[in-house]
Each structure stands twice: as C-alpha cells, then as structure tokens.
Ligand binder design. Structure first.
Ligand SMILES: O=C(COP(=O)(O)O)N(O)CCCCOP(=O)(O)O
Ligand code: NA
Ligand SMILES: [Zn+2]
Length: 305
C-alpha cells in the first residue's frame, strides 16, 4: 500500500532498523524492488531522481505510483534530491508520498527558508519531507577537524535546522558520497558525529551514498566487459552501526546499476545472436532483485512490513 515516507521511517527509527530507498528509472528496476519487498515482507521506498523524472516521465511516475498502491507491503514513492520548489510541486502532482528538497549546497539560512517553503506545500497535501544539511563528501580520517566541520553535518545546527524547518527526516553528511568510489580502502564514517546528531534530532536520519560496491560485483562487471577504475563502498558493519545510531533510510543506487549492467553485458556477450530485449533485461532484473533482497537483510527490514 502507498504510504508516506514518515510512516515507514518513524517506525524504523523507533525499532532500530533501516529501510532501503532504491532508485528506479524504468519498469525492470521497479518490478525488482517491489518483488524483493513483497518476498521479504519489507517496507520499501521507491526513489526517483529528477533525472529519472526526465528519463521516464509520466510512463514512469504513473507506473510507480500505481504499483506502490497495489503492493502488499508499505511503499513510499520519493523524489530524490529535489533541487527546486517547482520540482517538488511536480512530484506532489504525480502523487508522490515523500519529497526531498536538497538545498545543502546553499548557506544555512537559504537552506532553512527553501526547506520550510517545501514543508508547507508538502504537508498541506499530506506528504512528508526529507531535507539535507552538510556536504556529501568522502573524508579521509586524518583530515583536519575544521575541514570536517565545514563539510560534515554539525549536530547543533541540525537540531536548530529541523526545529525551524519542520522537515520530517534529515539527510546527514558523515563521510559517505555518491557513486562507485567512496574513498581509499574502507571509507571513514564519522560515527561519533552521527551519535551526537541523533541525540539532538529525534527525526529519522537518512544516509546517502550508502552503496556497498562489493568487489565481487565490480569484478563481474569488469569480466563482462565493463570498465571501472578504483571502486569502494560502505562497509556492511558501518551500515549496521549507523542504523543502530539512528539512520532509518538508506539510499542505494550504484549497487543496483552495477548489477543490472553487469548482467546485460554478460548476457549479450554470451549470446551475440540475441536481439530480444526480454532475454537480456530479464536476467538483469533478477540481479537487481537479489541485490535489493540482500540490502534488506543487512538493514534489518525483513519481516517488518
Ligand atoms: O544516495 C544516493 C545513492 O548513493 P549510492 O551512489 O551510494 O548508491 N542517491 O541519492 C541516489 C542518487 C541518484 C542520482 O540519480 P541521477 O543519476 O538520475 O541524478
Ligand atoms: Na533522498
Ligand atoms: Zn543522494
């Protein structure tokens, strides 16, 4: 059933588990994510970026919202990294039940003002809001404290920000970053900082850039003809620790892209004569589903629907 993001995330933070927010741009990803959620009896968040909205348009948004309504588990449909008030309004019009306004690159007062404006519009139509404070950036552990403070989320600022904006959940910067390279070796995650934020912010917390980028998957991608440089993701133990400290929403996109693309390359490579898209998109869909199921197990959301 289609529910708001807060309905899913409030329970998750209260009960100490995480819920995956998985990005989709097409039918196969959407099916894979929802099938995984139903099989694992797990709540789930279907996330569409502005790039996905541009790529899929109404075909994508109508499908995602309709399938979320029919799902046998709680599903929120979420605008990921909304960059403007207008973009948020479009998502609200499409029936989304969660929207992110990401003004984390602006100064504090601008972020507060813009986020507050979105909260008023979204709450007026029963939709909940994710905001962001701090800069998603891989941080070397030894980096100077003042540099960390300049980039990562400041706990006291986070408290004030959430009180002044009324946002429902907060994306925090604690050392993660988007994409397939998140830092040398095991990326540094500032758990003590997360603990301080969580003590001051009772709202569910969000972790962006949380993909694991598992070496086995990177190797499979390369073996199938993919080219990728040094790759590293967030260690599973760091995800579990972050959930125990208050992270309730965990964004995963890169792992799904790598799995899907590795399988398409593999299937096409093995069957040069094949030109029925179902024959190479189907196996790729299954690979995405397996990644989603394993993420749900790591997050602890299995059986929580
Ligand atoms: O936090 C994340 C994903 O983190 P990850 O890269 O670790 O999976 N996200 O918010 C997903 C970002 C998706 C960007 O999509 P476009 O290319 O359409 O702009
Ligand atoms: Na988001
Ligand atoms: Zn993100």
């Amino acid at each position: 059933m289609l529910v708001t993001g807060l309905e899913i995330l409030k329970k998750a933070r209260a009960e100490g588990y995480g819920v995956g927010a998985f990005n989709t741009n097409n039918m196969e990803f959407t099916q894979a994510i929802l099938e995984a959620a139903e099989e694992m009896k797990s709540p789930v968040i279907l996330a569409l970026s502005e790039g996905a909205m541009k790529y899929g348009g109404r075909a994508l948004t109508r499908m995602v919202v309709a399938l979320a309504q029919e799902a046998r588990v709680p599903v929120a449909v979420h605008l990921d990294h909304g960059s403007s008030y207008e973009s948020v309004l479009k998502a609200l019009r499409e029936g989304f039940t969660s929207v992110m306004i990401d003004k984390s690159h602006e100064d504090f007062e601008t972020n507060v003002r813009e986020t507050k404006r979105v909260v008023e519009a979204a709450h007026a139509v029963g939709v909940t809001v994710e905001a962001e404070l701090g800069r998603l950036a891989g941080i070397e552990e030894h980096v100077a404290v003042d540099e960390k403070d300049a980039l990562l989320t400041n706990p006291e600022e986070a408290r004030i920000f959430m009180e002044r904006t009324g946002a429902d959940y907060l994306a925090v910067a604690i050392g993660t970053s988007h994409g397939a390279y998140k830092g040398k070796g095991r990326p540094f995650i500032d758990h003590p900082r997360l603990e301080r934020i969580a003590a001051l912010v009772p709202a569910p917390l969000v972790l962006h850039g949380a993909s694991a980028v598992p070496q086995a998957l990177v190797e499979r991608f390369r073996a199938a003809g993919g080219e990728i440089g040094e790759a590293s993701g967030i260690h599973p133990e760091d995800i579990k620790k972050a959930i125990a400290l208050g992270i309730a929403k965990i964004n995963t996109d890169t792992d799904l892209r790598l799995a899907f693309t590795a399988l398409v390359r593999e299937t096409l490579g093995k069957n040069p004569k094949e030109f029925d898209p179902r024959k190479y998109l189907g196996p790729a869909r299954e690979a995405v589903k397996e990644v989603v199921k394993s993420r749900m197990e790591l997050f602890g959301s299995v059986g929580k629907a």
